[in-house]
Ligand binder design. Sequence first.
Ligand code: IDP
Length: 140
Amino acid sequence: MATERTLSIIKPDATERNITGKIISKLEDAGLRVIAQKRVWWKKKDAKDFYEVHKDRPFFKDLVSYMTSGPIVIQVLEGEDAVATNRKVMGATSPVDAEEGTIRKEFGVNIERNSVHGSDSVENAKKEIDMCFAKKEIVG
Ligand code: IDP
């Protein structure tokens, strides 16, 4: 196993319900360490740039509206197999399909308002971390 970094976002549905601490506890319990963190409120351009890969999907416009509807908490997580470990503790995209004990099962509202984002590959993690953080903001 390799020590990796991944990008995590606590989404607006979770900041609105004041459950960021509960979500961070689950990440830490899974062996992940928060090595960078900031709370921001994205403009449309930020959300569009971040989710560019989904720009042709039918849910893109709604996703951009949702991700700009309130504050988010963006984090860099570090740990053994951080990308896969984080995806496991997040659970499937839709809370209905997510396994018991996962963040999305416990806190997700629906397939869109699913409380967290996590990079889906080491390569995308690097890109997303570079998009969201300056090097000096990451303290491993
Ligand atoms: P992931 O977040 O589990 O990796 P993706 O397919 O990359 O899932 O989708 C990105 C985000 O877009 C999801 O987390 C969710 O917020 C939203 N999303 C995905 N599929 C749908 C859908 O069918 N309807 C509405 N929103 C969706």
